[in-house]
Design a protein. Structure first.
Length: 255
């Protein structure tokens, strides 16, 4: 029996994603970078998501299926995948987002060239019918903590992180923006991160989703500035102004 070679572990947390999950999994299977495992973790879905996962698990030996005994939420589910991953690299993918075929190949090669612990890429915004709207979200080629405080250009479905580095910066369900809190923690340690200014993913935004709930998102962003980072009011207002401007610009076409 041939041993599976794993350089990169793709972590896909799933909860009631039956409508888009198949498309998401397909976008990983057709990657030009083949030395991967695909860790799909079902967080007690109540729709047919788990049936979709089992179908694709039977079709591709690189897929490893986990199922939570109780609902853990996205933060703990991602952590479970990271902790059980076999690859040197960890790539996250949300269960309704899509990768372009050369995403992993280009990004891992880029990380080897830069000798960096974290990388990210540009992406398109898509709606519930898979249509692109607005302009592509083009990321900076290099950034530090101050840049991330002004604009969260890191999306879960675009990042790749070295596993050993990720294990020191796991997700916490304490904050609504659990991913942003992790990126801030990582930037405090590695100081500089690098991005590919090329669209290699499609990020889905829909009405009623967490990413589209701008009022709650704004309140929680303020909480991060004040409670987590212990910024004073004036510094918080400074960075919050950037957040509001970037959010309005990014999501103005959702409605």
């Amino acid at each position: 029996m041939q041993t599976l070679v794993v350089t990169c572990s793709v972590i896909i947390p799933v909860y009631n994603s039956e409508k888009y999950l198949e498309m998401t999994i397909k976008s990983v299977i057709v990657q030009t970078y083949a030395d991967i495992e695909i860790v799909i973790i079902d967080d007690c879905s109540t729709d047919s998501s788990y049936d979709v996962i089992k179908k694709w698990g039977a079709a591709d030996s690189r897929i490893r299926i986990l199922r939570n005994e109780k609902k853990l939420g996205v933060a703990e589910t991602r952590n479970k995948g990271i902790e059980t991953a076999l690859g040197e690299y960890i790539a996250l993918l949300d269960s309704d987002d899509i990768w372009l075929p050369e995403k992993l190949e280009k990004q891992i090669s880029f990380m080897e060239e830069k000798c960096c612990s974290l990388s990210y890429c540009s992406y398109d915004l898509i709606n519930s019918t898979d249509n692109i709207f607005g302009e592509p979200f083009l990321v900076p080629k290099m950034a530090n903590l101050s840049a991330l405080l002004k604009n969260n250009f890191l999306s879960c479905s675009t990042i790749i992180v070295r596993r050993e580095f990720f294990l020191n910066h796991l997700f916490s369900s304490e904050y609504y923006h659990e991913d942003y809190v992790v990126w801030l923690s990582m930037l405090k340690e590695c100081k500089i991160v690098y991005g590919i200014n090329e669209v290699l993913a499609k990020y889905r935004v829909m009405k009623g989703t967490r990413s589209a709930n701008k009022i709650k998102s704004a309140k929680e962003r303020w909480k991060i500035y004040r409670d987590l980072l212990k910024m004073n009011v004036f510094v918080s207002i400074y960075f919050f102004a950037f957040y509001v401007y970037k959010s309005l610009k990014k999501y103005k076409k959702i409605n």
